[in-house]
Ligand binder design. Structure first.
Ligand code: GRF
Length: 198
């Protein structure tokens, strides 16, 4: 059975990356992560990747000289490893036009709220959870969606819901949502791997 080759872009802690690594190792997700790329040299995601023997690359405008070169280098790193899909797991940069063209319909992102609400410019990290609480929502939860050239905009693939409690802080809500992210994202990748087979 073919294993899906996954390339990951991650800017931060990489707990979503870790959930995919763990599930690819225990056999519940039929994929291999072949490269992890970060715009942030200090991203824990890079350490997690190299700790598992996965190629871990810091690629940024500082290393390449411009965002255009970053975009082209990422296409080349993904291409040379025959990546089937690209997963944005806490990637804090907009995807460049070359990458989007080369992998149209093959890039997915995880967002920590129920899109189409609470997405778009400025809606990242704790800002999202603060906005959900300020709007007195009763539910929140992660969304996995295809990536297009607008932030948090492409077709929604799957969501999971969690309750929002009146006494919630953004930190408490983030933790509850993140726990669901770690189920949702590997689950979507497995589904894509199964569809790949058929
Ligand atoms: C997650 O909340 C994800 O939804 C968002 O960025 C965060 C990344 O967390 N896009 P981690 O780096 O995977 O721990």
């Amino acid at each position: 059975m073919k294993r899906l080759k996954v390339g990951i872009l991650a800017s931060g802690g990489g707990s979503n990356l870790q959930s995919i690594i763990d599930k690819s190792l225990d056999g519940s997700v039929n994929c291999d992560i072949v490269v992890v790329i970060s715009n942030n040299s200090k991203a824990k995601a890079l350490k997690r990747a190299s700790g598992h023997g996965i190629d871990a690359l810091h690629i940024s405008a500082v290393t390449e000289g411009s965002e255009e070169k970053v975009d082209k280098r990422i296409v080349s790193e993904m291409g040379s490893r025959d990546v089937d899909i690209i997963v944005l797991a806490g990637h804090m940069k907009k995807i460049g036009p070359n990458l989007l063209d080369a992998y149209r319909g093959k890039i997915i992102n995880i967002h920590p709220a129920l899109l189409p609400e609470f997405g778009g410019t400025g809606m990242y990290g704790m800002h999202v959870h603060k906005a959900v609480i300020a709007s007195e929502e009763k539910e929140s939860g992660p969304t996995v969606h295809y990536v297009d050239n607008e932030y948090d905009h492409g077709r929604i693939i799957a969501q999971l819901k969690v309750p929002v409690y009146p006494e919630d802080t953004p930190e408490k809500l983030q933790k509850r949502v993140l726990a669901q992210e770690h189920k949702l994202l590997p689950g979507v990748i497995q589904k894509i791997a199964e569809e790949w087979e058929s």
